[in-house]
Ligand binder design. Structure first.
Ligand code: KIV
Ligand code: ZN
Length: 514
């Protein structure tokens, strides 16, 4: 079997999706799930781009041992040195350096002559090799580059020590047969001296098809993201490439990946929860409807033989079977723990206890508790962001003149603070009341609410994107409760806690933020 390496860039290119910025704790959670999923290389960030990215890479490098950890670096010494420093604790590590090679990028962006670009690339690879054994070089905008120039630069960087050569379709412009031809030509040229990699963007909806044509023509590494997240229209979706290789064994009889496909669903849910960007319902493999059979003819066929209408088994992706109905109010702690483990969560004793107490409360307020409800509770209980502010209670009422009034109590360091505010709507009044207590003000950039499972008594999950500082990326917050307004308050407080922990702000003994 030939192994196709899966290089996941959810934490780097994926984070470049508008609105997908993640904090360090969230990145660590995703990295640990990517390790469980079995990805070969995790691109954990771009160390030189910000102190937050540096710290995230460094912490992931300390925690993840089975996947290789990678940092992106422009072909400049400062970036490569930062990457090497952030990766220092990693068991397996890779520096990924890049420079643009297309005429338009070299002339207008870099303002460099092709020979200068080659020298810069060679110097970068040599410096990276002085820190690590595993160096990847990317020709940014390779798919609009001259093929003879590509041959020249990849020869030079291989000579300098790069062992993986990545050929991105940076602007998502190419068609599958064009990528196939490029990879076939370069594969013949390098003659097994390095691994060829594809990195395709989805501007024309062809990222997965282009990556597959890359594989068919000699690429042995695919760069991809969970749910296809990424800059603009996104990247190749990991789940799509992996399931194509698994499902079409007739076309790829001697190829495989190391991915444990049963972990795909969990990875998809986690990334969607953390970023607040959910795959569309009809998204291949992980969309809500990917295995739903609506028409009577299809349902009849499915009952007679699942393969009449299903080319993949949802079990292989880790999608829970049946209606996912879980335990009831009489279930004990041990059964609850078993359920959590079967859903793929790893919890410590405190998290288990808190989740169990919330599960019991839920059983009192909700007729049926589903797997998705348990997932939603666990998502909240396993957050490692310090709960500087925590909701105690709230009441929202309509009042005169079409206004809403929110009365709220919040804990900060075990001290309860109460206040109220008027707003133009219920959400506005909640945000204003919280701002009066916390002393922070923010701009709400996006607000989403969805039912976690089915039924009128379903839990409401609210995801907010909030800007605390003008021009800085908005932060995502989540809240889950039976009551939508309580979920809203929890979501805003979770974004606020994330902001405070990111800034390293903590309260002193008198409760003043320092
Ligand atoms: O799309 C691209 O060209 C990239 C490179 C930095 C690999 O993301
Ligand atoms: Zn990219």
């Amino acid at each position: 079997m030939e192994i196709i390496k899966i290089f996941d860039t959810t934490l780097r290119d994926g984070e470049q999706s508008p609105g997908a910025s993640m904090n360090i704790e969230e990145k660590i959670k995703i990295a640990l799930q990517l390790e469980r999923l079995g990805v070969d290389i995790i691109e954990a960030g771009f160390a030189a781009s910000s102190p937050g990215d540096f710290e995230a890479i460094s912490q992931i490098a300390q925690r993840v041992t089975k996947s290789s950890i990678c940092s992106l670096a422009r072909a400049v010494p400062r970036d490569i040195e930062a990457a090497a420093k952030a990766l220092a604790p990693a068991v397996l590590k890779r520096i990924h350096t890049f420079i643009a090679t297309s005429p338009i990028h070299m002339e207008f962006k870099l303002k460099m002559k092709p020979q200068e670009v080659i020298s810069r690339a060679v110097e970068a690879v040599k410096l990276a090799r002085s820190f690590v054994d595993d160096v990847e070089f990317s020709c940014e905008d390779a798919c609009r580059s001259d093929i003879s120039f590509l041959k020249e630069i990849i020869d030079a960087v291989m000579e300098a020590g790069a062992s993986t050569l990545n050929l991105p379709d940076t602007v998502g412009y190419r068609l599958p047969h064009e990528i196939g031809n490029m990879i076939a030509t370069l594969s013949q040229h390098i003659n097994n001296r390095a691994i060829l990699s594809v990195h395709c963007h989805n501007d024309l909806g062809l990222a997965t098809a282009n990556s597959v044509f890359g594989i068919l023509n000699g690429a042995r590494q695919v760069e991809c993201t969970i749910n296809g997240l990424g800059e603009r229209a996104g990247n190749t979706a990991l789940e799509e490439v992996v399931m194509i290789l698994k499902t079409r064994k007739d076309i790829f009889p001697h190829m495989d990946t190391r991915i444990k496909t049963q972990e795909i669903y969990m990875a998809s849910k986690l990334v969607a929860d953390i970023t607040g960007i959910c795959p569309q319902p009809n998204k291949a493999i992980v969309g809500k409807n990917a295995f739903a059979h609506e028409s009577g003819i299809h349902q009849d066929g499915m009952l007679k033989h699942p393969e009449t209408y299903e080319i993949m088994n949802p079990n292989d992706i880790g999608i829970p079977q049946g209606n996912g109905l879980v335990l009831g109010k009489h279930s004990g702690r041990a059964a609850f723990k078993d359920k959590i483990i079967s859903l793929g969560f790893n919890v410590n004793d405190d998290e288990l206890q808190n989740a169990f107490e919330r599960f019991k409360e839920l059983c009192d307020s909700k007729k049926e508790v589903f797997d998705d409800d348990i997932r939603a509770i666990l998502g909240e209980e396993t957050t490692h962001i310090p709960q500087i502010f925590a909701l105690h209670s709230l009441q929202v009422q309509t009042c005169y003149g079409g206004h809403y009034c929110c009365a709220i109590s919040i804990f900060k360091d075990d001290v309860k603070y109460s206040d109220s505010a008027l707003g133009n709507g219920a959400v506005d009044s909640i945000f204003k009341a919280i701002d009066r207590i916390s002393g922070f003000a923010s701009v709400l950039k996006d607000y989403k609410v969805e039912a976690v499972s089915s039924g009128k008594d379903a839990l409401a999950k609210v995801v907010v994107r909030v800007e605390f500082e003008e021009g800085k990326p908005a932060l995502v917050g989540h809240g889950v409760d039976n009551d939508t307004m309580t979920s809203t308050a929890k979501a805003y407080l979770s974004a606020l806690n994330s902001y405070l922990s990111m800034k390293g702000l903590i309260a002193d003994k008198s409760g003043t933020m320092i």
